[in-house]
Design a protein around this ligand. Structure first.
Ligand SMILES: [Ca+2]
Ligand SMILES: [Ca+2]
Length: 218
């Protein structure tokens, strides 16, 4: 079994109890600004098409304009790791890992990790689901295996926020948002990793804690 150590470069923690959860963190994470490991958002929700499935989405490399999007790639030295705690101790019991190589995304798991915390290893003992990385403006390429579905490629950033008005409010020069506001993220894209898995692969806990990490190969 090939094992590789990866160093944590960014940790975004979300606690999910039910329904959709999300958080946003565009270009302001210390040490990873504008890098290929920069996570913008993490979403975890029940599949709207199949209530037996959960969907995990990690978006990276925010604020890509169309030209930058056409040239954007996933970093082959960066792994995206979805962590799932199903025992309530905020230590991951399962991971879903995505790595990128030669135009493909390879997704490992859900599988019990051999390492928790800041250092991870690519976990090759469980399911492996591959897909071609979708190119900009091309039809989505979705890989599937054993009930797991995988997508990786550029997508319109679903996050929206009137950052200019927010800054005015913080500065005391405005008292509230306008309606309609101005979406600072309109027309920008992200590099998105989407994994849909049967809930039966995530344990039987009523509550899952889940967070995503991007980790650089060392
Ligand atoms: Ca746990
Ligand atoms: Ca982990």
């Amino acid at each position: 079994m090939k094992k590789r150590n990866l160093l944590l470069t960014l940790l975004a923690i979300i606690t999910a109890s039910a329904g959709i959860v999300w958080a946003a963190d565009h270009i302001d994470a210390p040490g990873v600004t504008s890098t290929t490991s920069d996570i913008t958002d993490f979403y975890a929700f029940q599949s709207p098409e199949n209530s037996s499935n959960m969907v995990f989405v990690a978006n990276l490399q925010g604020l890509l304009d169309p030209t930058a999007t056409a040239n954007a790639t996933f970093d082959e030295n960066v792994m995206v790791e979805f962590n799932i705690d199903n025992t309530g101790d905020f230590v991951e019991d399962l991971v879903i890992q995505a790595t990128f190589k030669d135009g493909k995304v390879n997704v490992y798991g859900p599988v019990k990790p051999t390492a928790t915390g800041k250092i991870s290893r690519v976990e090759t003992s469980g399911d492996v689901t591959a897909a071609n990385i979708t190119k900009y403006n091309q039809t989505a390429s979705i890989g599937s295996s054993n009930g797991i579905k995988v997508f990786a490629g550029p997508r319109d950033d679903p996050f929206f926020f009137d950052f200019a008005k927010y800054s005015e409010i913080i500065a005391g020069t405005a008292t509230g948002f306008s309606n309609p506001g101005s979406d600072t993220f309109a027309g920008t894209n992200v590099m998105s990793v989407v994994v849909e898995v049967p809930k039966s692969m995530l344990g039987s806990a009523a509550t899952l804690n889940t967070w995503v990490e991007s980790k650089r190969k060392i």
